[in-house]
Design a binder for this molecule. Structure first.
Ligand SMILES: [Zn+2]
Length: 358
């Protein structure tokens, strides 16, 4: 069964390893050592993702979590505060997603100790999840044969099974107007900032409908107080659980920029990249039933949920792996108040342990 002390020890030890996105090498080495000790023959692909195997009869289940944490993720310390583990207050804790990593490692060890037959597993610990799923987007999928999987990377009470997550377009726009002296000859200039403002004011943004959102997140441009600004660059995004709606939203944003540029005599360069596709799993899909049954065996109440954020499961589904994201109970992630109850860490490990039961 799950050894809570060992689980907390693994988690707090991992937390104290620096793991900003793109700098996961020390974290990867630590989990490779733990996986090797358990005889799981870990390997790293060219991107740095860690892949390992728990062999057994039958089709494997993919178990995944990510190795990076959002900033500030350097100098993290785990403080056990009664029933809860929090950061020392000056960094994130990194329960997102080291809680997932630790729960998987503990469940595997407990499964090996139980010694009965168990389900085969393929383990993926990805890098650079927090910066647009770059790790798993570059994952060497030829190393995997699983057709079903889970990620442990979702907020909410343990037992939550996320079956829907949006597709995501990243949008980068450069507007080029014409510089001129703002006091002497403003009529000779074309203000890129005015063009951007005109476009944004006519564009659908924010909550578009129940499954679609859009945002312009950053804007930078202009050269000086007294120069009509020649150039401005904007970065934004659009998301929808429905890819056709996402296509329409991104097209509407493009159209608003192009129309504004035309009205003012400016040039616009609009780039949209589909960073990942949607996750859309039927409520009665086999992977959902597998997770519901495992949750009940683990003494947890399963429930279905949806999210407005993407995760590695979006990419697994794009590669034909029917995958859901599971709640692990971490709280206030992406902040220095991030924390997790030891009981939730234990429940997450118990859920994975139950998933490996046959
Ligand atoms: Zn995460």
């Amino acid at each position: 069964m799950i050894n809570v002390d060992r689980l907390v020890q693994t988690f707090t030890a991992l937390v104290e390893i620096d793991n900003p996105s793109g700098q996961e090498q020390a974290m990867a080495q630590a989990v490779i050592r733990l996986l090797s000790e358990r005889g799981l023959a870990p390997q790293q692909d060219a991107k740095g993702n860690v892949i390992a195997r728990l062999p057994a009869e039958g089709p494997p289940l993919l178990l995944s979590a990510h190795l990076d944490s959002v900033a500030p993720a350097v100098g993290k310390r785990a403080v056990v505060d009664g029933e809860v583990i929090r950061s020392a207050g000056d960094t994130v804790l990194g329960a997102d997603d080291l809680a997932g990593v630790s729960a998987i490692l503990e469940a595997i060890q407990a499964t090996q100790e139980r010694g009965n037959s168990h389900r085969a597993a393929e383990i993926v610990f990805s890098v650079e999840e927090e910066v647009g799923l770059r790790g798993v987007r570059a994952l060497d999928f030829s190393l995997l044969s699983a057709r079903q999987g889970v990620a442990l990377d979702l907020n909410g009470e343990v037992g939550g099974i996320c079956i829907s997550a949006p597709a995501h377009d990243q949008i980068t726009v450069t507007i080029r107007g014409k510089a001129a002296h703002a006091g002497v000859a403003p009529e000779k200039g074309v203000s890129a900032i005015v063009v951007a403002a005109d476009a944004i004011s006519r564009m659908p943004l924010g909550r578009i409908d129940a499954e679609t959102t859009a945002n312009i997140g950053t804007i930078e441009g202009g050269a000086a107080r007294n120069i009509v600004p020649e150039q401005v660059k904007l970065v934004g995004e659009a998301r929808s659980r429905d890819e056709a709606k996402l296509d329409r939203q991104t097209a509407a944003m493009r159209q608003a920029f192009e129309a504004a540029a035309e009205r003012h005599g400016a040039q616009v360069d609009f780039q949209a990249e589909r960073v990942y596709g949607p996750q859309k799993i039927a409520p009665d899909a086999p992977i959902v039933q597998v997770c519901q049954a495992a949750a009940r065996r683990a003494g947890l109440e399963p429930y279905l949920t949806e999210t407005g954020g993407g995760s590695d499961v979006n990419v697994f589904n794009m590669h034909g792996i029917e995958a859901v994201n599971l709640s692990i109970g971490y709280q206030e992630i992406h902040s220095t108040n991030e924390h997790i109850a030891i009981a939730d860490l234990e429940k997450a490990a118990r859920l994975i342990f139950a998933l490996l039961e046959v």
